[in-house]
Design a protein around this ligand. Structure first.
Ligand code: FAD
Length: 416
């Protein structure tokens, strides 16, 4: 690439949270920039809202909007799926074999949900009491199951990391338990949490508050227990569990309701491309989010290799960094904006209260508010208000429009 480029073509792969937020941040800074988003779907989803759809709090329709209606003004939309990358030639391939050239590329295709990673799961999703808030179509089924369940066993599962929004499997469980508690049914329902992880939550500061809810709801906590197979007709789930001495055991459980968080991995188009690191993610510098080997490529969101919590909250901070650094590269300068690893997981522990986990690289606490207003390690009404009432408009009206609320990018010298 010859620098600087005044009439460059910027191509963005993925019209999800990361792709659209970056397009908006770029065009806010440079309205005449030539930006094309390549995205196959005609609907954009506000995925953080699906926890509330499953919890009977949001209408499903509130979490989806036509792609064309939210594309930032000035951005072009190429409705197609990317099938491969040719970074040495500054071009990519889309379905059907057409090639698209770019000067600078932003890669944000999200994370792949591997429903087939659990034997028998796909055949029974949406029936036989098997559900998941990880799919737009299924979240209303979670709501229905919770409303109708009168007794028996309810299982909630979490696969090995990484997953997007690591708290979402627990959120589904706490909101369900809270509804059963309020309607006097919790004592008739055996609730079990099966997590592949060795701890309840990856950042220890938040664990005591979460443990209090595990006890309050009488949840049987099974750590290092991974869902491996589901027989929907028989309503049986199979787990591989690790004993204290490391021995693996197979355990089977009957259920009336099963909420599954599917195993997740880097998207196939990335895993099989030259852009991938050894684990399959877009190999970026965790500070500048610039590709480590291809200087005119940036990555953000769930598909990138930065070791932050994979959340829309992380994307809110990443997009302005990518916008600043991409424009710097176009202008022939070194990228100077630095992403600090911020991610957030509002854990809905009961209706009306949230444990607002906000942290950066290495689990460092990064609260957005002073502790007297919201102490993120404790359940808080105000944090619930933020999650229910403020975060959706912040997503649609600020983040996707290039208004960088609490997300002004820091420069390298400020970060030092
Ligand atoms: P996405 O938003 O998933 O977008 C990826 C886009 O790329 C999609 O539109 C997809 O169609 C497109 N794409 C895929 N393949 C291709 C291809 N081959 N070519 C072109 N385009 C392609 N985050 C929070 O901050 N707080 C929360 O409370 C929260 N709760 C969550 C609860 C649930 C149940 C779920 C599922 C997620 C939650 N998240 C939460 C996570 C958040 O939604 C994601 O981290 C965020 O959407 C990541 O943005 P992204 O752009 O990387 O991926």
């Amino acid at each position: 690439m010859k620098l600087p480029l005044t009439n460059a073509t910027v191509v963005i792969v993925g019209g999800g949270a990361g792709g659209l937020a970056t397009a908006a941040s770029l065009l806010r800074r440079r309205p005449n920039l030539n930006v094309t988003v390549i995205e196959p779907r005609d609907t954009h989803y506000y995925q953080p809202g699906w926890t509330f759809v499953g919890g009977g709090i949001f209408d499903q329709a509130k979490t989806a909007r036509p792609m064309a209606s939210i594309l930032p003004p000035g951005a072009k939309w190429h409705q197609a799926a990317v099938t491969g990358f040719e970074p040495a030639l500054n071009r990519l391939r889309i379905k059907g074999g057409t090639r698209v050239d770019y000067d600078v590329l932003v890669v944000a295709p999200g994370i792949e949900l591997n429903w087939d990673g659990i034997e028998g799961l796909r055949d029974t999703l949406g029936q036989n009491g098997v559900t998941s808030n990880y799919a737009f179509e299924l979240a209303p089924y979670t709501d229905r199951l919770v409303r109708d369940l009168r007794g028996g066993r309810a299982l909630f599962t979490q696969p090995p990391m990484p997953i997007k929004c690591a708290g979402a499997p627990q959120k589904a469980m706490y909101l369900s338990c809270d509804r059963w508690r309020r309607t006097g049914r919790l004592s008739d329902i055996d609730v079990e949490f099966h997590s592949a992880g060795a701890t309840l939550f990856g950042v220890e500061h938040f664990v005591p508050s979460l443990m209090r809810y595990i006890e309050r709801y009488g949840i049987d906590l099974n750590l290092t227990s991974t869902l491996t197979a589901v027989d929907g007709q028989a309503k049986r789930a199979r787990f591989s569990t690790k004993d204290a001495d490391g021995t693996l055991r197979i355990v089977e459980r009957d259920f009336e309701m099963l909420h599954v968080c599917p195993p997740q991995r880097a998207p196939g188009i990335i895993r099989e491309s030259e852009l991938a690191d050894s684990a399959g993610w877009v190999e970026v510098d965790p500070g500048t989010l610039r590709h480590r080997r291809f200087g005119n490529i940036f990555g953000l969101g769930d598909a990138c290799s930065a070791p932050n919590a994979k959340t829309a909250a992380a994307v809110r901070k990443q997009a302005p960094v990518v916008a600043e650094n991409l424009l710097a590269v176009l202008d022939g300068c070194a990228p100077a904006a630095i992403y600090d690893g911020y991610g957030s997981c509002p854990l809905t522990v009961e209706r009306g209260r949230v444990v607002l986990a906000e942290f950066g690289y290495g689990g460092k606490l990064m609260p957005s508010f002073p502790a007297w207003l919201i102490d993120g390690t404790k359940p808080s009404h105000l944090a619930w208000f933020l999650k229910e009432r403020m975060l959706p408009p912040i997503y649609w009206k600020a983040m996707l429009k290039g208004h960088e609320w609490l997300a002004k990018p820091r420069k390298a010298e400020e970060a030092a």
